[in-house]
Design a protein around this ligand. Structure first.
Ligand code: SAH
Ligand code: SF4
Length: 392
């Protein structure tokens, strides 16, 4: 994919470094490498994930040098004289964070789940889906391909809450990936023990994607049977305290939710001080108790992104696949033009992708991985976005 820009280390303070990207400076934490001033590195999500030789860096920088300033200009031009709420949010994004855009790969490694969330097609009571799980080798093989062949720098490993993956298995998976691949590893495996998360951090995982789903406790406990709202919030807080980059947020458009709930959702996400806001529209699944619900509109989705950007100008905001699904043609583009600055590319092998049916009709899964990458790069070029790390 070659969609990442290396930076030069220009300052080192304990385990923190300052990195220069064509004159833009960003900070990152260095947990894994011995670094000196002048070294070239790749950073993701504010973590140094790879050290590369000056020759290798120069080759890539030469390619980027030609287009980097053109992209900056294009982004600036697109944010001039904003005419509505969405474009105001987009210009705030540009002023506060420049044209950086993070791209994460997401590998959905198991669709088994012990839970019965009313909104989700993977719920255990849905007997109609074909279940699958990947073993350590298969997960590793897919990550290796994404990192080495396609140049992904950050990967989310996502699954239902699947206890087949014991502590030992998860440790083995994380250890193998982090030891052998230069990648920021983000876990999205649901509510597992804090001790397990502690062990996985020690093995090198550095991010967690765990949404609180809704700030409305009554709705939360109605739609997530046998689960308590406070447990979820405490887990998210504890994971942040452990040092994980936290990606959190909510689902919006759930039946029974009010406009005020969405504002509270945005506020609660902000209070949790996440490294990435991750929220997306609820899309009904035909084999769940919420099959008859109506999905929210694209306008509500863009409104939610824009309001978040205005309330939290420095935030990183993800365009989720569910937003892309609401409007396959324009969802991603409009999300990025309403204040978002991050996106995901599905790297799950084609044979499994359609079975990971959290909701139906997921955007992007009909394309081959290479087609999807090309269409994303084309879009980012047209919007003037560049993959410099946003730093910490
Ligand atoms: N099992 C893990 C991770 C997989 S689910 C967990 O629950 O945290 C990932 C996310 O999918 C959930 O956090 C939820 O917000 C989202 N999701 C579930 N059902 C959905 C639906 N019908 N429409 C849109 N998003 C949905
Ligand atoms: Fe399982 Fe996550 Fe779906 Fe809930 S949202 S049923 S925990 S996969």
């Amino acid at each position: 994919m070659c969609y990442a820009i290396p930076g030069k280390v220009i300052e080192i303070k304990d385990s923190f470094v300052t990195i220069d990207y064509f004159g833009e400076r960003r900070k990152a934490k260095n947990d894994f490498y011995k670094l000196s001033l002048g070294d070239y590195i790749y950073a993701q999500g504010g973590f140094v994930i790879q050290k590369i030789s000056p020759q290798e860096a120069e080759e890539t920088l030469q390619l980027w040098r030609k287009i980097f300033f053109k992209l900056q200009k294009r982004d600036l031009k697109l944010t001039e004289r904003p005419k509505n709420l969405y474009r105001i949010a987009n210009s705030i994004r540009q002023k506060k964070l420049g044209n950086s855009c993070c791209i994460h790969g997401i590998l959905e490694f198991s669709n088994y789940c012990r839970n019965d969330c009313f909104y989700c097609g993977l719920r255990k009571s849905n007997y109609k889906i074909r279940r699958y799980r990947m073993d350590t080798e298969e997960i590793f093989k897919n990550c290796k391909y994404a990192v080495e062949e396609l140049n992904f720098k950050a990967i989310v490993l996502q699954s239902g809450e699947d206890l087949w993956y014991t502590e030992e298995k998860l440790e083995e998976i994380v250890k193998k990936i982090v030891r052998e691949l230069p990648v920021l590893l983000i876990l999205s495996i649901g509510e597992r023990d804090l001790k397990l998360y502690e062990d996985l951090y020690r093995e090198g995982a550095r991010g967690v994607l765990l949404r609180f789903e809704t700030s409305n406790k009554k709705l939360y406990e109605k739609y997530r049977p046998y689960h308590h709202f406070e447990d979820r919030i405490n887990l998210i807080k504890n994971l942040k305290d452990l040092g994980y980059l936290t990606f959190t947020g909510f689902l919006f458009g759930l039946p029974g939710e009010s406009k005020k709930d969405i504002l509270n959702d945005i506020r609660l996400t902000g209070d949790l001080n996440p490294d990435m806001f991750s929220f997306g529209p609820f899309i009904p699944h035909h084999h769940t108790p919420l099959a008859e619900a109506t999905p929210p509109t694209l306008e509500l989705a863009l409104d939610t992104i824009a309001r978040t950007r205005i309330m939290y100008p420095e935030s990183r905001i993800l365009v989720t696949t569910s937003l892309e699904t609401l409007d396959k043609k324009n969802g991603l583009r409009e999300g990025l033009l309403s204040g978002a600055n991050s996106l995901m590319i599905n790297i799950t092998p084609e044979e499994y992708r359609k079975d990971y049916e959290i909701y139906p009709g997921r955007a992007g899964i009909e394309l081959s991985l290479k087609e999807r990458i090309n269409s994303v790069i084309e879009l980012l070029n047209s919007l003037g976005r560049a993959p410099t790390d946003l730093g910490i």
